[in-house]
Ligand binder design. Structure first.
Ligand SMILES: [Ca+2]
Ligand SMILES: [Ca+2]
Ligand SMILES: [Ca+2]
Length: 151
C-alpha cells in the first residue's frame, strides 16, 4: 500500500503534476482569490490587468516575461516548472515570450464567457482546464489518490 502510494507520487511528479498536490480546480480558486483585490468573488478586467502587469511584472516593462511568469506561478501555486512552462506557452498566443494585453484580449472570450467584464471562479476554472497542461490530466491524478483505498 505504502509502496503503491510512493510509486504513484513519484509517477505524478515525473509527469510534472503539482508537487503540493493541488488540482487544477484548487489552483483556479487560489488564483481568483489572489486576483480579486476588492473581494467580491470575481475578477474584473481592471483587477486582472493590475495583478498581472503590476505585481507579476518585476522589471516594470508593462509585460510579463516568461521568466517572471514561471517564477511567480511556481512560487505562488507550486506547479512544476515544466507544467508552468507549457501553461505559459499556451497563454502566450502571439508567441513573443511575453504576456501582454494582446494575449489577454485574445483570451477574454474564453475567460469571460458571459461577457459581463468579470471573471468568476467557474469561468476561470473552465479556462484553466483548457489552457493548463494538467487540465485534462488532473482527473487521472485524483484517480490515483483515491483508487488505493478500494484495493
Ligand atoms: Ca473583484
Ligand atoms: Ca505574447
Ligand atoms: Ca463573467
Amino acid at each position: 500500500m505504502f509502496t503503491f502510494l510512493l510509486l504513484a507520487a513519484l509517477f505524478s511528479v515525473s509527469l510534472g503534476a503539482n508537487p503540493h498536490g493541488y488540482s487544477v480546480d484548487q489552483v483556479a480558486g487560489l488564483v481568483i482569490h489572489d486576483l480579486d483585490s476588492n473581494g467580491d468573488g470575481q475578477v474584473s478586467q481592471a483587477e486582472l490587468v493590475q495583478e498581472l502587469f503590476i505585481k507579476w511584472d518585476s522589471n516594470n516593462d508593462s509585460k510579463v516575461s516568461h521568466e517572471e511568469f514561471v517564477h511567480h506561478w511556481v512560487n505562488t501555486y507550486h506547479d512544476h516548472p515544466d507544467t508552468t512552462n507549457t501553461f505559459f506557452h499556451n497563454l502566450d498566443t502571439d508567441h513573443d515570450k511575453f504576456l501582454t494585453m494582446t494575449d489577454i484580449i485574445s483570451h477574454l472570450p474564453e475567460l469571460d464567457q458571459n461577457h459581463d467584464n468579470h471573471v468568476t471562479v467557474t469561468e476561470f476554472n473552465a479556462f484553466l482546464h483548457v489552457m493548463h497542461p494538467d487540465g485534462h490530466g488532473h482527473v487521472h491524478g485524483q484517480h490515483v489518490s483515491v483508487q488505493p483505498v478500494g484495493k
